[in-house]
Design a protein around this ligand. Structure first.
Ligand SMILES: NC(=O)c1ccc[n+]([C@@H]2O[C@H](COP(=O)([O-])OP(=O)(O)OC[C@H]3O[C@@H](n4cnc5c(N)ncnc54)[C@H](OP(=O)(O)O)[C@@H]3O)[C@@H](O)[C@H]2O)c1
Length: 310
């Protein structure tokens, strides 16, 4: 049942993370509208939270119907992959009200482009360690319970009002006053691990047994630290990237990175917003990033190979 005191959340990109949040919003009695690329057969999402199977009824609208209807969006959760975000937001921009709240939960650094496209909205960024995957377009498994850290892009404090409008009863959501630093830390780890798991076609932990991969990881770490110096970052805010990546691949040894999964499902990866983002920053600052550039080229070559075969 919808609680009329609670706002309506539109969800753009109802994949694994979007379906998870949509289900928990509905279980918390929020009104939710899924914005889909094409019409789906069912209005139900089946959520497996590790203990219980929930069948959650959720309203849906296609991108085309939404644009046609011109319905105003005051609260928008964006969970598309970074490379699809701007094109999708451009389509629905006329519906997004100037004072809208936009919560973007994704990897990679698309945030600046989003704020440029929608300069007046309150942009909040979410970084999550939750793990979710879809078993079909209507079924999602909450495979790993983590934390979603949220912070305003302008680094202002998260209001209690916004926190109260999120599904806190089901998800561990923590406010953070410096989300940009958190984004850089997450980006660093993704840059050191994801591309290498694609190149060496392996699980995170398998990298430990591949000396060449570990040398490349160390070279990436050195290069990224140099870039941080060029960016005038306070290096004391960052742990040594190589040591941090070592810890991550040890604790997530059995996981396949999202980039590995994208390549194996013949989907475009978020590489332009991960290593590609650093390469571009390095170019702007005259601090070249050849190691990151090599990773970008290798991943793009694999993307091109499956595109050519389809
Ligand atoms: N899954 C995780 O465990 C996890 C954990 C941490 C961070 N993340 C990050 O969270 C973000 C979302 O990941 P995810 O795993 O949920 O991805 P996903 O399952 O691939 O979901 C992406 C959604 O975006 C939709 N989409 C694709 N292109 C679109 C377009 N042009 N216009 C509108 N919608 C479009 C897809 O539509 P279809 O439904 O038609 O495919 C899908 O619903 C990523 O940045 C990822 O790196 C994910």
């Amino acid at each position: 049942m919808n609680d009329p005191q609670k706002p309506t959340w539109y969800i753009l990109g109802p994949g694994a993370i979007g379906s998870l949040w949509a289900s928990y919003f509905r279980l918390s009695n929020f009104h939710v509208v899924l914005v889909t690329q094409s019409a789906r057969d069912s209005n139900t999402i089946f959520l497996d939270d590790g203990y219980t199977q929930h069948a959650v009824d959720i309203e849906q609208i296609t991108l085309a119907q939404l644009v046609e209807s011109k319905q105003p969006i005051h609260n928008l959760l964006v969970t598309t992959k970074a490379q699809h975000t701007i094109s999708a937001l451009k389509l629905i921009k006329p519906c997004v009200t100037e004072d809208a709240t936009l919560l973007v939960i994704q990897n990679g650094m698309a945030t600046k482009d989003i704020q440029s496209l929608l300069p007046k909205v309150q942009l909040t960024v979410g970084i999550t360690t939750d793990g979710a995957y879809r078993t079909d377009s209507c079924s999602v498994v909450h495979a790993g319970k983590g934390v979603t850290t949220i912070g305003n892009y302008k680094n202002t404090a998260i209001s209690d009002e916004l926190l109260a409008q999120l599904p806190n009863n089901y998800l561990h959501i923590e406010p953070c006053d410096n989300i940009e630093l958190r984004q850089w830390k997450k980006l660093t780890i993704n840059c050191l691990i994801n591309g290498l798991t694609v190149i060496y076609d392996c699980k995170n932990g398998d990298l430990l047994g591949i000396p060449r991969a570990m040398e490349e990881m160390n070279a990436l770490s050195i290069e990224i630290t140099q870039l941080y110096q060029a960016l005038n970052f306070n290096l004391q805010d960052f742990e040594n990237p190589y040591q941090q990546a070592l810890r991550t691949i040890t604790t997530t040894a059995n996981n396949y990175s999202s980039m590995y999964q994208d390549i194996h499902q013949h989907r475009k990866t978020e590489i332009d917003y991960i290593n590609g983002y650093l390469v571009e920053k390095g170019r702007q600052l005259n601090s070249p990033c050849p190691e990151n550039s090599r990773i970008v080229k290798a991943v793009k070559a694999l993307e091109a190979a499956f595109q050519d075969n389809e």
